[in-house]
Design a protein around this ligand. Structure first.
Ligand SMILES: [Fe+2]
Length: 199
């Protein structure tokens, strides 16, 4: 594996072994991902990674570089072509640090306005309100906590993201939201494609 990624994994393992709380772990992992996003060897290697998403046909994949045998965390990439959008979505119960390695894009976050305290939220409809919109550049990290709702739109250039997750996705249902009607669609999330992270 690329040296910087190897160091990232071993530093993350040390954090997992020291800290039990997920919020604390992610706070400490964030600066490590920040460092990883600066790595020239990683940036260079990323030029060979394949752009194969077809969101309009419902196909989204993640390259899967590493899955920890003990702690289950993973290192992924998401590649987007110019003028490509993710669905408005959440990552279900999982925790994510989404980092931009190359390219510029717009990240929009939403909140649900239909959730009543102490009541189970509807599983098929959500009222969404936009809470932030950021133009993001390489080095940017979005901390996506469980059920945080968001979308990414690329512009003129392709975007390469490097993602740290507390676990592998693709094997359970996540929510996709129709931003206009509020309709929720349950879907399995990105297909995981094992990929060697070599220089
Ligand atoms: Fe996401």
């Amino acid at each position: 594996m690329i040296k910087a990624a190897e160091k990232f994994v071993s530093d993350v393992r040390a954090i997992y072994e020291r800290e039990d709380d997920m919020e604390t772990r992610f706070d400490q992992i964030r600066p490590l991902l920040q460092e990883l996003l600066k790595d020239e060897e990683l940036k260079e290697a990323s030029k060979a990674w394949p752009f194969r998403n077809e969101p309009e046909k419902g196909y989204i994949e993640n390259l899967l570089f590493y899955e920890d045998p003990d702690h289950k965390f993973v290192l992924n990439s998401l590649l987007k072509k110019p003028h490509e959008s993710t669905p408005v979505h959440d990552h279900a119960h999982t925790w994510t640090l989404y980092g931009v390695l190359r390219g510029t894009e717009t990240v929009i976050r939403f909140e649900r306005t239909d959730v009543v305290e102490n009541e189970t939220p509807s599983e098929d409809h959500a009222d969404l309100r936009k809470i932030s919109e950021h133009q993001v550049t390489p080095g940017y990290i979005d901390f996506v906590r469980p059920y945080d709702i968001h979308v990414e739109h690329t512009g003129e250039e392709p975007v390469v993201g490097v993602i740290f997750r507390d676990q592998r996705v693709g094997g359970f249902l996540q929510n996709y939201y129709d931003a206009d009607t509020g309709k929720i669609k349950k879907t399995k999330g990105p297909t995981q494609i094992p990929y060697d992270l070599e220089a």
